[in-house]
Design a protein around this ligand. Structure first.
Ligand code: HAM
Length: 415
């Protein structure tokens, strides 16, 4: 074949979509229980929005964005994440005017040109939520609890929640200077990637994946010990609320997320059921972003989670999607019944039933084979005799029983 899906992208096939839809429905339901409303933003935005929000020096902006010039010469980018777009929309549409706290969720494709591997795609799907307008630790704890509740509802128990505080614009620069000075002392032993980060983003050195780096930096000071009073109190409150909610967590002082907008709380949910790409979800507080993008200073917190990684686990666990198979297969025994069959199928569908009828003019035998293959609950065979009598045999394909039914009142039997 000449055409194949682009590397790192994947078809979600008809055999898989039932599971996706069932999972998405549970996710939406949990969001609704927490009173988050869906927002749908465009899939591409101006490049500057992401560069400004996520940070020029991050891997996402530096090497992973799908950026191109459109025909009018504007630089646009396929969204690599949802937060920047949601905040752009919040400001542009004045969403904060009508209510002090805006709680929204989203589900949809995101794009990053990373090296594809198990659980890492170039087009992947996220679900996520953002709460904008509240500085309180209660809001951080709600966002974390919301993410955890989704996994609980889906029967996922094998996960770990790691939290950290990355400080604010007051205490973080102070800590960064201390860390930078320490890193400079060992700089020649660090990986080239980490060496580059010392000046620009020293905290990222702490969550380097390189084992040698990890050993070398194991004893270095952590930001949790350098928080100012406000950040420390906030962090303490988040932790005690999580404990009150019965949500287990560990504090990981080295957790620094790969996006630059975070302040105070940062968290990640990982699963041992995934391979090296073990992050199911991540998020945190980002109090400076709305102002950075030109809005009024508005504290915010949110999270996003990968759908494909979640589906990998659910597939392993044999998560059963809700049933989408047709209730009735209408099989026509001869030409005279075909139009009746087609019309009846339309009528029953309008009454809310899932009906299948052959569109390939197949023999009665092949129609019955097809009904078996599709595992429809019932099948009915109608030909000229049945039409003349106004009655036919309704077969229950799973119980292997049958009963005579009146063709006029089929819907009553299907109920
Ligand atoms: P993130 O950590 O970059 O955060 O992404 C969140 C989740 O998306 C990851 O934990 C992972 O499950 C999934 N993910 C990321 N990249 C890929 C990929 N290439 N293939 C498959 N799955 C992937 C954010 O995106 C932030 N916007 C989260 C946030 C919302 N913070 C505050 N509000």
């Amino acid at each position: 074949m000449n055409y194949r899906a682009i590397k790192g992208t994947k078809d979600i096939l008809p055999s898989e979509t039932s599971r996706w839809q069932s999972v998405e429905q549970i996710i939406r339901d949990v969001f609704h229980r927490f009173n988050y409303k869906e927002i749908r933003t465009p899939i591409f935005e101006s490049t500057a929005l992401f560069a400004r929000s996520i940070g020029e020096l991050t891997d996402i902006v530096g090497k992973e964005m799908y950026t191109f010039q459109d025909r009018s010469g504007d630089s646009v980018t396929l969204r690599p994440e949802g937060t920047a777009s949601v905040m752009r929309s919040y400001i542009q549409n004045n969403l904060g005017e009508a209510q002090p706290l805006v709680k929204v969720y989203y589900l949809g494709p995101m794009f990053r040109q990373e090296r594809p591997q198990a659980g890492r795609l170039r087009q992947f799907h996220q679900f996520g939520a953002e709460a904008t307008g509240s500085p309180t630790a209660e809001t951080d704890a709600e966002i974390i609890a919301l993410a955890i509740e989704i996994y609980r509802r889906l029967g996922i128990t094998n996960y770990a929640l790691k939290i950290n505080s990355v400080g604010d614009e007051e205490c973080r620069p102070r800590y960064k200077e201390i860390l930078r000075a320490e890193l400079k002392k060992i700089s020649d032993k660090l990986s080239p990637e980490s060496q580059k980060r010392i000046d620009q983003n020293p905290m990222r050195v702490l969550d380097s994946k390189d084992e040698r780096d990890q050993g070398l930096t194991a004893h270095l000071p952590l930001i949790v010990d350098y928080l100012n009073e406000e950040c420390a109190t906030h962090f303490q409150k988040v932790k005690s609320l999580l404990t009150a909610y019965g949500i287990p967590f560990t504090v990981d002082g080295r957790l620094v997320r790969g996006l630059d907008y975070y302040t105070k709380t940062a968290f990640e949910i990982t699963s041992t059921e995934l391979g090296s790409q073990d992050a199911l979800a991540g998020g945190g507080r980002y109090d400076l972003l709305v102002k950075e993008l030109g809005g009024k200073s508005t504290p915010s917190v949110g999270f996003a989670a990968g759908m494909e990684r979640l589906m990998m686990i659910l597939e392993k666990k044999g998560f059963a999607p809700s049933d989408n198979t047709p209730t009735l297969f209408i099989a026509v025994a001869d030409e005279s019944a075909r139009e009746w069959g087609l019309k009846t199928a339309m009528h029953l569908r309008s009454k809310g039933f899932k009906i299948e009828i052959d569109l390939l003019q197949r023999s009665l035998k092949s129609q019955m084979k097809e009904a078996d293959r599709q595992q429809t609950k019932f099948a009915i065979v109608v030909g000229s005799t049945e039409l003349a009598n106004g009655k036919a045999l309704l077969k229950d394909l799973s119980k292997h029983t049958q009963q005579e039914v009146s063709l006029d009142s089929l819907h009553q039997f299907l109920q």
